[in-house]
Design a protein around this ligand. Structure first.
Ligand SMILES: Cc1cc2nc3c(=O)[nH]c(=O)nc-3n(C[C@H](O)[C@H](O)[C@H](O)COP(=O)(O)O)c2cc1C
Length: 211
């Protein structure tokens, strides 16, 4: 049992990382391996929409996105952490998630558990949280919840530890993810069969008024 955690903040040891460490420690206590990746300080390209991944099965930019993508093939869950920048996820977290999900086959994430964790000084946490959860809910990933929306508050790691409710929210999230991974494993059910593929865009040329 393995969960991949990604720190989408440029601060490798900042508040978001502190929240992820709390979760990782708790997952390990539950017997679940926890592996933390960093998007880092260097610019992380957004998705180019170039289609390379459709042919090659991986993103054209060979960086942490491709590393995590491969790890996900043997993982049971994914937790994305992000600092809140202007009431949104960071640029790096957004680029990372866009490219990770766009370049991956559906089966990489299907029925694996997902959760987002955000860190802010004061406001905008739920907007960033909602943004990040959308990657999971378009990818057939059950979203793991906690006893509050998954957020911590602060400017330094010490602030995060002082946010007792935030710390507890992270602990409960870790416990719930471990529980669900074990429950899924114990059930051992095959995944549900999918109906035939269907892609319908909003623009319907056949319905356009010629005049
Ligand atoms: C560019 C930028 C934008 C930010 N925007 C917000 C914001 O909208 N709301 C907020 O509460 N904090 C904001 N902050 C503060 C950080 O989100 C907050 O201190 C966070 O806990 C830092 O996490 P980190 O140490 O993992 O980077 C911003 C910080 C930066 C650098």
């Amino acid at each position: 049992m393995k969960v991949i955690l990604v720190n989408g903040s440029p601060n490798a040891n900042g508040c978001t990382y502190t929240a992820l460490k709390i979760i990782a420690r708790r997952l390990e206590q539950n017997g679940v391996e926890a592996k933390i990746f960093q998007t880092g300080k260097k610019p992380l390209s957004g998705c180019l929409g170039c289609g390379y991944c459709r042919r090659a099965g991986k993103c054209v930019h060979d960086d942490v996105v491709n590393e995590v993508a491969l790890e996900m093939d043997t993982a049971d869950g994914l937790i994305i952490g992000s600092a809140v920048h202007y009431a949104s996820a960071t640029g790096s977290a957004t680029s990372f998630m866009d490219r990770l999900f766009f370049s991956s086959p559906n089966k990489r994430f299907r029925m694996k558990f997902g959760a987002a964790v955000v860190s802010c000084r004061r406001g905008g946490a739920t907007a960033a949280f909602d943004q990040l959860n959308k990657y999971f809910t378009i990818s057939q990933m059950p979203v793991v919840s906690s006893c509050y929306w998954n957020m911590v508050h602060g400017f330094t790691p010490e602030d995060v530890y002082a946010d007792k409710e935030g710390v507890r929210t992270m602990q409960v999230l870790a416990d719930n993810m471990a529980y669900l991974i074990k429950a899924k494993q114990a059930a051992g059910l095959p995944l549900p069969e999918l109906p035939p593929a269907a892609v319908t865009n909003f623009v319907r040329p056949d319905l356009l008024d010629e005049g």
